[in-house]
Design a protein. Sequence first.
Length: 244
Amino acid sequence: MGNVVNFAHRGSSKICPENTMAAFRKALEQGATGIETDVQLTKDGHMVLIHDETLNRTTTGTGWVKDHTLEELKELDAGSWFHPDFRGERLPQLDELLELAKGGGTIINIELKNGVVPYEGLEEKVIQRVRDYGLSGQVVISSFNHYSLLLCKQIAPEIRTGILYMEGLYEPWAYAGTLQADALHAYHRAVLPEFVAAAKAAGKAYHPFTVNDPDEMRRLLQAGVDGIITDYPDRLDALLAEEK
Ligand code: G3P
Ligand code: MG
C-alpha cells in the first residue's frame, strides 16, 4: 500500500481555491504525492488550469475560457471567490504546475477538459510541454473524451493515460486495453474489489475519484487501488501512514 498515489483533486481544493498554485502547494505540504488538475485552451492557444469551461464560478470573469486571451485571463482573480485571504491568486498556466513538479517525484494527473469544447491541438500542446519538462514518466493524462486519450497514446506512447468514467462500464480494464490506456479513473462507487483484482491481472491501475470519506478511502485501499483522487490529501495521508 506504500505506493498508493495520493492525488489532490484540483490541489487541496477544500481549503484553497481549486486549481490555483496556492492549492497545489498546500497539497504538497499536506502529503499529496500526486496532483490532479484540469487543462483548457485560451483563445490564443495557451494552456490554463481551470475546471469549468466558463469563468463565472471560480474567477472574477464571465463567459467562456475559449473566448479570452491569456493576457485577459491573467487579469482575473481566481482566489477571492473562495476567501478574501486568497485575493490575487491567478489562473495558472500548465507550465507553472510542471515547474513545481520538476525535481520532485510528484505525479501530475492532467485532465484534458475537452468533453464539451473540442479544443483543437490540446493533446499535442500538453504532450509537447510535458516532454519539454522531462516529466513524461511523472504524468498521467486523463479525459472523459476517450478519442482524445487514444490520440495521446498515438502521439506519446511513453506517457500514461487514464480513462475517466462515471458508471458501470463492462470490464473497463479490457476496454482500456482497446485504447492502450494504462489506468482506470473511475467514479469511486463504480469500483468493486473484484474489479480491482481483474484490472491488476490485466496490468491496469485503478485511480478512483473523488474520495473524501475516510471509510470509503479504507474500502478502496483494502481493494488494492493504485491511487486515490481526493479533495483532502491530508486525510488520505493519515490513513496511508496508519497502514504502514
Ligand atoms: O479526474 C477526476 C475528476 O476531476 C473528474 O471530474 O469534473 O472533477 O474534473 P471533474
Ligand atoms: Mg478533473
